[in-house]
Design a binder for this molecule. Structure first.
Ligand code: RNT
Ligand code: ZN
Length: 422
């Protein structure tokens, strides 16, 4: 039997098996079709950016490995991203950072960036029908070297970073208007201290004031939406992080903006999937950064692990996919970067599809009747249903490689394109 026929046949059988437990596969696939991921641009070049500086990655961020083939200019980056999108089913977005503007070799400081530096990205987005999201870049800069940006006690530095965020929000709103889809603008700052900090309150007070100033200008939600991203600790900020979860949860609620939850930004024993139903009691919309922490916030390539699956299951159980913007945030320079992207993005998608195929109403009915054994058994049996057959069919329908077939395509791209780079 031809491979295609096999995929279709397996899908038809899978559909019946899911129907037997009350899951309508066609309805699931329709829902899945509308879920876009915002693919982060920074896995192409290890978060280097295209500024005219020789500065290194800062803010406690670390990319390990030096696998050959890293993108070193916008052209290479776009070529790589186009390859990634071609190997992933569905319609997805691109998440940019401010350091990825087209500065044409000129020194453009962070408080000088303008819409014109991002015109090329907007054109590219339109050309490929890819919606754009944006991030202020508050790291890898001399004015962030002392570990503080928006919460800096150095007034000139603090003002500098406020100006940066203001400009990034303006660029975001412009992106959103140009693309006809709201641009999510995320703010993450590295601010914090390595050792016991005395004035925790003072720094947080400064952060609040800075954000209020930077976010004072209101843009229509059809153009841009603000998100703030918390963190537990970073390299060099082990004892104190100004932008903690409590800080931003309160900030997002009181300012009616989005909270960004990065799956790697909590204690390793905390279950991030459990947080969503709490946060949604008070916050209307979320930004997620899907990533995989290994023992710490290591930003390993996403796999279909328990955490990613639980996040997806919770979104499905709350029917909250319409209230969440799903971004990816991993960077691994020790393996083929395009392979990292494709594998990680597909694993995020697989986790979501798997969650959508859950027999939720049956599980809920067991739960509400106090039938704990039945709930447990059903959850376990649902794991063994032919989810892979549905995924393969979805890939076939979207004309992207089915199952492991993308591996050879990545290797081929490495031979033809990546290995030629100096
Ligand atoms: C850092 C945050 C942040 C960055 C990107 C590059 O810990 O996760 O989202 O990874 O902005
Ligand atoms: Zn993040």
């Amino acid at each position: 039997m031809k491979k295609e026929e096999l995929v279709i046949k397996a899908f038809e059988i899978a559909k019946q098996q899911y129907e037997a437990i009350g899951v309508n596969v066609n309805a699931v696939l329709q829902k899945f079709e509308n879920i876009s991921l915002s693919v982060h641009c920074w896995q192409t070049d290890d978060v280097s950016g295209f500024e005219d500086t020789s500065g290194s990655l800062g803010g406690g961020l670390a990319v390990t490995g030096n696998y050959p083939g890293k993108a070193s200019n916008i052209h290479e980056m776009r070529t790589d991203l186009e390859k990634v999108y071609s190997l992933v089913p569905g319609k997805h977005r691109l998440n940019l950072h401010a350091i990825y503007g087209e500065f044409e070799g000129k020194k453009v400081d962070r408080d000088e960036i303008e819409i014109s530096h991002f015109k090329g990205w907007s054109d590219w987005g339109k050309q490929h029908n890819i919606g754009l999201d944006f991030n202020s870049t508050l790291f890898s800069h001399p004015r962030a070297n002392d570990g503080f940006t928006l919460s800096s006690k150095n007034e000139s530095d603090r003002k500098f970073w406020i100006e940066h965020v203001k400009r990034c929000r303006e660029i975001s709103a412009w992106f959103g208007a140009e693309q006809g889809t709201p641009c999510i603008h995320n703010t993450w700052i590295p601010d914090g201290m390595k050792d016991t900090t005395i004035d925790r309150y003072g720094y947080r007070e400064l952060l609040k004031a800075s954000l209020d100033e930077a976010l004072a200008k209101k843009y229509p939600k059809t153009e841009m939406k603000d998100a703030v991203e918390s963190k537990l600790f970073g390299i060099g900020s082990e004892s104190f992080v100004v932008g903690s979860h409590e800080f931003y949860l309160g900030y997002a609620i009181t300012r009616d903006i989005l909270l960004c939850i990065d799956a790697g930004h909590f204690h390793p024993t905390e279950v991030v999937g459990d947080k969503l139903s709490s946060v949604f009691q008070y916050v209307d919309e979320l930004l997620l950064h899907l990533t995989r922490g290994v023992r710490w916030d290591s930003d390993h390539v996403i796999t279909m692990n328990d955490e990613t699956v639980l996040i997806a299951q919770e979104l499905n159980r709350m029917d909250a996919f319409g209230k969440v913007n799903i971004g990816l945030d991993f960077f691994d320079a020790s393996i083929n970067r395009i392979g990292a992207y494709v594998s990680g993005t597909r694993s995020a998608q697989k986790s979501i599809l798997y969650a959508l195929l859950e027999p939720t109403s049956q599980l809920l009915s067991f739960e509400e009747k106090g039938r704990w054994f039945e709930r447990l058994a059903m959850l376990e049996e649902a794991r063994a249903k032919p989810f892979g057959a549905v995924w393969d069919y979805y890939c076939l329908e979207h004309e992207v490689p089915v199952a492991e077939d993308y591996i050879s395509e990545v290797v081929d791209y490495e031979d033809k394109v990546l290995s030629k780079r100096v």
